[in-house]
Write a protein that binds this ligand. Sequence first.
Ligand code: SAH
Ligand code: SF4
Ligand code: F3S
Length: 449
Amino acid sequence: MSGSVTPKRLFIKTYGCQMNVYDSERMADVLAPLGYGMTDTPEDADLVVLNTCHIREKATEKVYSELGQIKRMKQARAEAGGAMTIAVAGCVAQAEGEEIMRRQPAVDLVVGPQAYHQLPELIARAHRARGERLAADFAPDEKFDALGAGRRPSGVSAFLTVQEGCDKFCTFCVVPYTRGGEWSRPAAAVEAEARALADMGVREVTLLGQNVNAYAAPDMQGGLAALVRRLAKIPGLDRIRYTTSHPRDMDEALIAAHAEVPELMPYLHLPVQAGSDRVLKAMNRAHTAESYLRLIETIRAARPDIAISGDFIVGFPGERDADFEATLQLVREVGYASAFSFKYSRRPGTPAAAMPGQVAPEVADERLQRLLALLETQQQAFNDAQAGRTLPVLFEKVGRHPGQLIGRSPYLQAVHVTAPDRMLGQIVPVKVQSAARNSLAGALELEQA
Ligand code: SAH
Ligand code: SF4
Ligand code: F3S
């Protein structure tokens, strides 16, 4: 771009899932040609973007309290003769666009997840006048066409959004409303971006989608499994991951890919939400505890060492003690390598919000603590089982201690190793010496060090 753009500072705060992380990076890319460089402090930013999450009440409320603080910074800037533009992006923007402007008039513009390519124009418009400030219409194709170019990855592992939206309508969830229906990017566009990333030194991509295993390319047969096989051929791209998957879309081809494609990492995030069929039915999950367990069995038959991860909700309306016990029982049967557990949060407009039998917060709290305790034991056990093994580790960054690098095992565990900086970006065999709940410690084999 021309050398005449005035340098400006951009602060982005990201909430929610990895799709938002990916989108925040794309927003930074699209704003760079306008002279925006990143800053870590909102106080001195010319443009503040909050990329928001609507999934639980707490996530949404955080945005409003953050906006209160940023408003004061904006006022301080104005008093000092400067100016700050405040933009709200992400799922709260999509769900509550006009309400945000009403609740916090300091906000200059609101932009939904499908409209980030319009950011430069929206900012220009906000600067000219405080008129029409909403852009929350769906047009994902345009979004990715405009955002895909000019990517600058920041490490050796990168996110790559391949699918957006959700048609599943679990009764507790806002995603189908904030991100729209299921939509897949063309395989050719995904491959082009993956090749560009590999050329820039990326060794690992994580394919993202709210329902990534529902991926159905408009320009290729065969779903996510075919995409994985296609990307696995790209020279330099040694590791492929994907998240998040719905049990319903876990097809045979994808399971076979886990057995046959060495680049596909042995890690699967497959949320089950609950272990009681009564609750699963009320959640509209379209699977039972039994069908989920059978699916896990099939996946493990294909790839015995695969690490299974999941999401859980406790305190869903109508959940009784016996239902919760069924969740604990399912967890015992699966044996999770990691998991995320949430207390049910009532989201206005979703079917579950109107269901009878809302569970008392103390009851949900107690269940959450018991579930967390069990899952933590399982995570520790999974990590302990790696001790003594030699695992290929992709070194991603320098550690806190001098001479230390941090990498990832195939099972997504963080691994701390004393290793020379030149090994950053390499995949190196590491002997695992000890295991904590959230990381492993290991050593290089002698001849490498
Ligand atoms: N598409 C993904 C999940 C996206 S949301 C899937 O189906 O697996 C991430 C997680 O947030 C969900 O798996 C669920 O466990 C949790 N979640 C969603 N809505 C929630 C709510 N209303 N209250 C509590 N947790 C919720
Ligand atoms: Fe939400 Fe269910 Fe869709 Fe996941 S599958 S995004 S939990 S509606
Ligand atoms: Fe949150 Fe939207 Fe992701 S609601 S979890 S940021 S899809």
